[in-house]
Design a protein around this ligand. Structure first.
Ligand code: FES
Length: 152
């Protein structure tokens, strides 16, 4: 694949995405291709890593806009090095840590009150008597409180 580049079909197959998804990522400026003599799209091998990182980040709920900003730190004209990816991950660390902490909090709160208004758990009267947390907002107020403080 080295010289002639990866075809859109091979990239889609190797990354486990649809060809239309690759076109969408390209339209969003997240990945780049070039045209060969036959005017066919071709990709450099590092597109496999970019697409895989996009998929992983989206699974974590990170927005395409945030991914795009992070990818903007990567060099365009050459394959990103480990240092380039390290720089990218540093920029993302805060958001990723907040999401990890939120997931941990969710995992650890499933046996207790999350402040959602159901009043169905044993300790709801302690943390959310008469659903007083409804005054603070909608959804799992206790969980979201933690999220806000992590992202602040
Ligand atoms: S878990 Fe729903 S209000 Fe406590």
């Amino acid at each position: 694949m080295k010289e002639s580049g990866w075809t859109v079909g091979k990239v889609a197959q190797r990354c486990g995405v649809n060809i239309s998804t690759l076109h969408f990522y390209e339209k969003k400026g997240l990945i780049r291709s070039w045209r060969n003599a036959g005017n066919q799209r071709r990709y450099k091998a590092d597109v496999l890593r970019r697409v895989s990182v996009i998929k992983a980040a989206q699974k974590m709920g990170i927005s395409l806009e945030s991914i795009k900003q992070a990818f903007a730190t990567l060099p365009d004209q050459r394959t990103p090095t480990a240092n380039d990816w390290k720089k990218l991950s540093k920029g993302w660390q805060g958001e990723l840590n907040a999401r990890i902490a939120y997931l941990e909090r969710l995992r650890d709160s499933l046996t207790g009150c999350i402040g959602c208004g159901c009043l169905s758990m044993k300790n709801c009267p302690i943390y959310n008597e008469d659903d007083k947390l409804a005054a603070e907002g909608s959804g799992p107020v206790i969980l979201d409180r933690a999220k806000k403080s992590m992202l602040a």
